[in-house]
Design a protein around this ligand. Sequence first.
Ligand SMILES: Nc1nc2c(ncn2[C@@H]2O[C@H](COP(=O)(O)OP(=O)(O)OP(=O)(O)O)[C@@H](O)[C@H]2O)c(=O)[nH]1
Ligand SMILES: [Mg+2]
Length: 246
Amino acid sequence: MSQKSNSNLSHKNFSKILIIGDSGVGKSSLLQTFNLLKESQKAKPTVGAEFYSKQLTLQEFPSSLYKGQEVHLQIWDTAGQERFQSLCTAFYRGTDCCVIVFDLSDLATYSNVEKWVSTFQQVMGDDIKHDIPIILVGNKSDKERLIDSQTINEYWVDSGKAKIYIESSAHNKDGVENIFYGAGFYSHEYQLMRKRQSMERKASGSPRGKIQVQKRDSFRTSNRRESNLILERHSKTKYGASKCSC
Ligand SMILES: Nc1nc2c(ncn2[C@@H]2O[C@H](COP(=O)(O)OP(=O)(O)OP(=O)(O)O)[C@@H](O)[C@H]2O)c(=O)[nH]1
Ligand SMILES: [Mg+2]
C-alpha cells in the first residue's frame, strides 16, 4: 500500500469490515439476523458485494478496553460463489477487520478457510497483511457439528492466525452480536495501531517502519456470553448504499 493510501486510511471515519467465506455458509443470513438486511434479501445467494452501515457503541465483549467508544462500521457482504471471486477481491482493499465464515456442519467450508485467508492476505499486500485482524466464525451451530471447537481454537487463535473464534447461528441468533461487536473492537484497535505507526514514522522521519501490534490474549467465547452484551436492537440501519454488479 502506498504512502498516499496510508494517509487516506488514517483520515477515514469508519471501519471497513469484510465478510468472506464459501457460498451458503450463512454470511448474508448473519447480517440479516443483525438487522442489516431487509427480509426480502433473505436466502438469496449474494451477487458481487454490498455494504451496509452500522453505528455501534463498544461494550464488554470481547474486552472492556474500549467500552463506550462509538464505532461506525461499513460492513461488506461478499459473494462466496467461485465465479465472483476474481472480481470481488477488488473490494478487499482498505479492510480494517476480516470476518471469515464457515459452516460447522460442512467440513469442506472449514478446509477452505485457509484459502480465504491466503487470498485475502495476498490482496492486502506484504506490509500490512499479517496485522489486519481476522475473526473466524463457525456458523450454523444449531445443526449437528462436525468440527470440534478446541481444535479450531488451537489451530487458529492460539497460533495467532485469528484474533478470536466465534460460533454462531443465524437461525437462533446465538453468537451473532458477538461477531459484530468483535469486528467493531478489533477494527478500532487496528486503526489505532495504524495511527500510532503513522505518527512514529513521522517522528522518526522514516518513510516506512513496522511496529508490531502487541499480541492480545486470545479471547475464547461461547454463545452464552452473548447475554452480557447490551444490544442496540432498535438502532436504524442504512441499507445497501452500494452494490457491485460484478
Ligand atoms: N440451520 C442454519 N441454516 C442457516 C444458518 N445461516 C444460514 N443458513 C441457511 O444457509 C443458506 C445460505 O445462507 P446465506 O446467508 O445465503 O449464505 P451466504 O454465505 O450469504 O451465501 P453466498 O451469498 O452465496 O456467499 C440459507 O438457506 C440459510 O437459511 C444457520 O445459522 N443455521
Ligand atoms: Mg450471501
